[in-house]
Ligand binder design. Structure first.
Ligand code: ATP
Ligand code: MG
Length: 581
């Protein structure tokens, strides 16, 4: 993996609004093509072409935002196309999840397409290529074909079957189609150039024999087109003007163009951009599938997963992901971005929209000795200082409260300004309190702090103007809701999860060896203010002083479960600040 890089030059600064959109080489090409009327009066037509063999991840979000975002900007259209040429790894579950995730991101496709809908057309075109002497049936085994292929420095060798007659090729291909031959016994290959410097042009395989059921075509076919034979023509069939994909397909472009030229069909133009990678994150469906299958995570939607379903469950907003994708832009070189940058965008978005509430993760009981036993006061609290229209709410205050264990020290270290014996602090939206004495358990741990309050400080200010150095959050014990809170950390402990140490003892180790054993911490009995009693699944809040949290679908009526989306501290803002100095 290459070095960590900063966002594309010219991309929007992370703190600025997403408009106007940063330009890039693909957008420039669109502007040019519209100007020169390269496609006549046709509108820009793009597509997002996932293979339904896994759930979408944040890397796909980048591709989706480009495909849909650019077409949209120029009044064009975008298809969602399932590239379903591989019957063995594809499932309806993946198709459904992909549609859900694209919509959740905020995009709607013009047409829903499947490469498998083009199987008949692709078959006819294969026959045309055979008739034109541009394709042949090869009896070499997969291994022999590999051996004949040559290397980057050595040319390939022609197959002994390469010069079969058109009649023989037509007959054999038809019999492949009819199911006369076993899997792997023959293939159809394009007849291009075994000495080409581009390995993809050395007579690539177009069709293979595979007696497998397909999720949409069932048992109709026992030969299946290879991705490289299906992809370019699928674009062409749909009239895709600008076909965007990641850089690893750059060397495949001459092959896609070759098929299009031989067949004389609509000339889609492919553009390649850099693949997103993030530190501490894996973006490969194959590896993510392994994490799911081996139960390193609870599923594709585990909130630690970089999948869109995981990120959604974690509490990310679609806006924050779109803003992130917009800011990172596209380039022609692969690099790795900081995970902290993605977190910065969700924090920035939630700061604007998430209501503030008070919640105590690790409760310590505070008893206010001079507050009347049965008294309850409603304290007015601001829902969102960033959004006046979010209004206010009442939070009940009473004699026994919970505060965060961290917010009390019997023996305060230097510069510790929170609660300690003799110091006065402000309870947010409440009163000033002063700690008097501590009740401890058998192990010497504080279990209860006795305090006094100053009734003149209601709402948080002293009429005599005296100041306190710290404000802490709290919930009323009698009114608190018990909740489970799941705190997440990075799923991998290495910046590059694929990097596995070499040497004795590391044989056979792979990326799973880099999983972070502490990526999930479950807090069983957090205490929440009562306004959260009926918070719907997926609703998001800022727990004051702690971070942003979101209601998990595991919630039960009497026992909500919250996921921490992200803590409040913004390491990306710091990194960025350092970079600008
Ligand atoms: P994976 O390696 O995760 O399996 P893939 O490229 O095989 O990904 P596809 O389903 O073929 O997955 O991807 C659909 C589209 O998304 C393609 O155009 C692909 O180029 C793009 N894409 C996939 N991963 C990324 C990524 N990390 N960054 C940007 N675009 C991506
Ligand atoms: Mg792929």
């Amino acid at each position: 993996m290459s070095a960590t890089k900063s966002p594309t030059p010219g991309a929007a600064e992370p703190n600025s609004a997403p408009e106007p959109r940063p330009s890039n080489f693909i957008r420039d090409a669109m502007i040019e093509d519209l100007k020169t009327k390269k496609y006549g009066d046709a509108v820009i037509q793009t597509r997002f072409p996932p293979e339904p063999n896994g759930y979408l991840h944040i890397g796909h979000a980048k591709a989706i935002c480009l495909d849909f975002g650019l077409a949209d900007e120029f009044g064009g259209k975008t298809n969602l196309r399932f590239d379903d040429t591989n019957p063995e790894k594809e499932e309806q579950e993946y198709v459904d999840s992909i549609m859900k995730d694209v919509r959740w991101l905020g995009f709607e496709w013009e047409r829903l397409c499947y490469a498998s809908d083009y199987f008949d057309q692709l078959y006819e075109w294969a026959i045309k290529l055979i008739k034109d002497g541009k394709a042949y049936v090869d009896d070499l085994s997969a291994e022999e074909i590999r051996d004949h292929r040559g290397t980057l420095t050595e040319p390939g060798k022609e197959s002994p079957y390469r010069n079969r007659s058109v009649e023989e090729n037509l007959d054999l291909f038809e019999r492949m189609h009819k199911g006369e031959f076993p899997d792997g016994s023959r293939v159809l290959r394009a007849k291009i150039d075994m000495t080409s410097r581009n390995l993809n042009m050395r007579d690539p395989v177009m069709y293979r024999i595979l007696h497998a059921s397909h999720h949409r075509t069932g048992d109709k076919w026992c030969i299946y087109p290879m991705y490289d034979y299906a992809h370019g023509q699928s674009d062409s069939i749909e009239g895709i003007t600008h076909s965007m994909c990641t850089l690893e397909f750059e060397d495949h472009r001459p092959l896609y163009n070759w098929f299009i030229q031989q067949l004389g069909i609509f000339p889609s133009q492919q553009y390649e951009f850099d693949r997103l990678s993030l530190t501490y994150t894996l973006l490969s469906k194959r590896r993510l599938l392994k994490l799911v299958q081996e139960k390193h995570v609870t599923g594709w939607d585990d909130p630690r997963m970089p999948t869109l379903s995981g990120i959604r469950r974690r509490g990310y907003t679609p806006e924050s992901i779109r803003n992130f994708c917009n800011a990172i832009g596209v380039s022609k070189t692969n690099g790795t971005l900081e995970l902290a940058m993605l977190e910065h965008f969700v924090r920035e978005d939630l700061n604007k929209r998430a209501p503030r509430v008070m919640a105590v993760l690790r409760p310590l009981k505070v008893v206010i000795d001079n507050y009347s036993d049965g008294q309850v006061e409603q304290m007015e609290a601001v829902n969102n200082p960033e959004d006046e229209s979010a209004g206010k709410r009442n939070v009940p205050f009473s004699k026994v409260l919970y505060i965060e264990q961290d917010d009390f020290r019997e023996v305060p270290p230097k510069k510790y300004y929170r609660l300690s014996p003799g110091t006065e602090v402000r309870l947010r939206y409440g009163y000033f309190i002063t700690a008097k004495n501590v009740v401890k358990d058998g192990k010497g741990e504080a279990v209860e702090v006795h305090c006094t309050y100053d009734p003149a400080t209601r709402g948080g200010n002293a009429p005599d103007g005296r100041k306190v150095k710290s404000t802490i959050h709290w919930v009323s014990a009698a009114h608190a809701i018990d909740a489970e809170v799941r705190l997440y950390d990075k799923l991998f402990s290495k910046e590059d999860p694929n990097q596995v140490a070499e040497g004795p003892g590391s044989e056979g180790k792979e990326f799973t060896a880099n999983l972070n054993a502490n990526s999930l911490e479950v807090v069983e009995h957090a205490k929440l203010e009562p306004s959260l009693a009926n918070a719907p699944v997926e609703s998001r809040f800022q727990f004051e002083r702690l971070g942003y949290f979101c209601v998990d679908p595991d919630s039960k009526p009497a026992k909500p479960v919250f996921n921490r989306t992200v803590a409040l501290k913004d390491t990306w803002a710091k990194i960025e600040k350092r970079g600008n100095e």
